[in-house]
Design a binder for this molecule. Structure first.
Ligand SMILES: *[C@@H]1O[C@H](CO)[C@@H](O)[C@H](O)[C@H]1NC(C)=O
Ligand SMILES: *[C@@H]1O[C@H](CO)[C@@H](O)[C@H](O)[C@H]1NC(C)=O
Ligand SMILES: *[C@@H]1O[C@H](CO)[C@@H](O)[C@H](O)[C@H]1NC(C)=O
Ligand SMILES: *[C@@H]1O[C@H](CO)[C@@H](O)[C@H](O)[C@H]1NC(C)=O
Ligand SMILES: *[C@@H]1O[C@H](CO)[C@@H](O)[C@H](O)[C@H]1NC(C)=O
Ligand SMILES: *[C@@H]1O[C@H](CO)[C@@H](O)[C@H](O)[C@H]1NC(C)=O
Ligand SMILES: *[C@@H]1O[C@H](CO)[C@@H](O)[C@H](O)[C@H]1NC(C)=O
Length: 433
């Protein structure tokens, strides 16, 4: 009888432990009593899409807290918490503590990484969502406005659907991608990808402080000079501007798996997961050709990847330094073959199929008509060109350039119209008088 009692005691203890283990094993939440420990069960989002745990990239022995797709056979890390503060031993613990911060501690309880908060809550929890966003909030408070912290505001090298790449003017925060140092070190490398709202929004790829590639301004339908339209069969993407924020992002409208990454060698890629091939299929790669190299052809130069050499001058422009130009040193760009003389009437000539020049020094007004735009430009001798800012419908809005026009591509497959200031004697196709 005693033995039977003891056995049933052990049995129920075992059952109880199993139950605890199971219920914790499936959790998507880190609480003040349940942590994420290296070597223990990972945290997984409720739909089983993403998973978080400790990992070591490549042959590295360092331990990182990362996030990857749970259901994909190739381990694909989309986010790293302590990218600059690796653990050297396998005894890390990710905890949530008051007033609402995530802390990563090592085996001797030293904090190696933590999040920030400006608010304080009673019962903070961290939850991994099926979108791949790790959020910190007060337990039970699901109001999006009350989030304390979210990993979507601190991406590493991957832009997931629903993330906002850009600037929030209220908080002053900029969210941008930064590459890993190399395949075994997730610390920030020298490539970054930004949605730059200065002038007029465009995406910019940088190496250090140098611009390497520019998407062209968002024209309502796509990036100027890019053929991909804002709505595809399974996605929408775009640049969204308001008084409080400007950001680039994409949403998925079917259950396909897509990610945008910035590799350690500065290549921007969009990938989809191929269930059949069990592999990632690249469908966009930038830079794709020499014409993607920022201002390859200099001011008023025009790049066309179908031409050899790629660089030419816009019609009615000539090389600024023709000896250098012959040596394929295009950096000096082109100048008007007939100089402007603003005191006499200048005109504006229309150039078509143009990837609009760098807008970082441009001026915009999204309610002006093209006519008002031209009038505004013609009144100021340093205004070099104008165009619609939005090409949807009949076109609307106004973009003005006050500096030399940089980083133009021209080709039959994309682009839009721009009107460039010229001496009146050049008015072969007169657009304005
Ligand atoms: C996991 O992947 C398999 C095969 O790729 C797929 O059939 C299944 O629907 C996926 N499950 C989830 C939850 O995504
Ligand atoms: C934890 O970090 C502290 C401070 O860097 C260090 O002195 C200690 O040795 C580390 N402990 C382990 C187990 O790595
Ligand atoms: C926390 O805030 C400090 C100061 O504002 C900043 O230097 C640090 O990078 C922040 N840490 C994280 C993880 O955001
Ligand atoms: C994605 O969907 C959210 C929520 O509906 C919306 O606020 C956001 O503007 C959308 N973003 C894109 C890129 O379509
Ligand atoms: C033309 O070349 C001169 C001297 O090399 C340079 O100062 C000037 O900026 C160039 N013009 C343009 C439009 O790039
Ligand atoms: C933009 O243009 C409209 C006219 O279309 C004008 O009423 C408005 O004041 C302009 N805004 C700015 C900031 O110049
Ligand atoms: C022309 O535009 C520039 C740049 O916006 C400005 O600095 C300058 O004052 C303007 N000149 C006139 C005459 O309006």
């Amino acid at each position: 009888m005693k033995a039977l009692l003891r056995e049933s005691f052990y049995l129920s203890l075992l059952l109880c432990l199993c139950f605890i283990h199971r219920s914790f094993g499936a959790t998507d939440t880190i609480t003040t009593t349940h942590f994420l420990k290296d070597g223990d069960d990972n945290v997984a989002s409720t739909g089983g899409i993403f998973e978080m745990g400790f990992f070591s990239p490549g042959n590295s022995k360092n331990r990182y807290v990362g996030m990857w797709y749970k259901n994909i056979s190739v381990r694909t890390v989309v986010w790293v918490a302590n990218r600059e503060a690796p653990l050297t031993g396998g005894s890390g613990i990710l905890k949530i503590i008051k007033p609402g911060i995530l802390v990563l501690v090592n085996g001797t309880n030293h904090v190696v990484w933590s999040t920030n908060t400006t608010r304080s809550v009673q019962n903070p929890v961290a939850q991994l969502l099926d979108s791949g966003n790790l959020i910190v909030k007060e337990a039970g408070d699901d109001s999006p406005g009350n989030l304390i912290w979210q990993s979507f505001d601190h991406p590493t090298d991957t832009l997931l659907a629903g993330m906002k790449l850009g600037r929030n003017f209220v908080t002053g925060r900029e969210v941008y991608l930064s590459s890993w140092k190399n395949e075994e070190d997730p610390a920030p490398g020298d490539s970054t990808y930004h949605c730059d709202p200065s002038g007029y929004p465009q995406n910019i790829l940088k190496k250090g402080s140098d611009v390497v590639y520019r998407s062209g301004p968002w024209n309502g339908r796509s990036f100027s000079g890019n053929r991909n339209s804002r709505e595809g069969p399974s996605y929408t993407f775009g640049v969204y501007s308001s008084k409080t924020e400007v950001y680039f992002g994409y949403n998925l409208t079917t259950s396909i798996i897509v990610r945008l990454t910035l590799s350690h060698n500065g290549v921007l890629q969009v990938w989809t997961w191929g269930d059949g091939d069990q592999g990632w299929i690249p469908f966009l790669l930038i830079p794709a050709d020499n014409c993607d190299m920022y201002k390859l052809c200099g001011a008023y130069g025009s790049c066309n990847s179908q031409d050899s050499p790629e660089c030419g001058c816009l019609d009615k422009f000539v090389p600024n330094n023709s000896d250098a130009w012959k040596r394929k040193d295009w950096s000096g760009g082109c100048v008007r073959r007939t100089e402007l003389n603003c005191l006499q009437e200048d005109v504006f000539l229309k150039y078509s199929h143009i990837k609009l020049p760098d807008t970082r020094n441009s001026w915009s007004n999204v309610t002006m008509t093209l006519e008002e735009c031209r009038n505004t430009c013609s009144k100021n001798c340093s205004c070099m060109a104008y165009s619609n800012s939005d090409i949807l419908n009949e076109g609307s809005g106004c973009l003005l350039w006050f500096k030399d026009l940089l980083d133009i591509r021209q080709g039959p497959n994309g682009g839009q119209d721009i009107y460039i200031r010229m001496a009146s004697s050049e008015s072969g196709w007169l657009v304005a008088t």
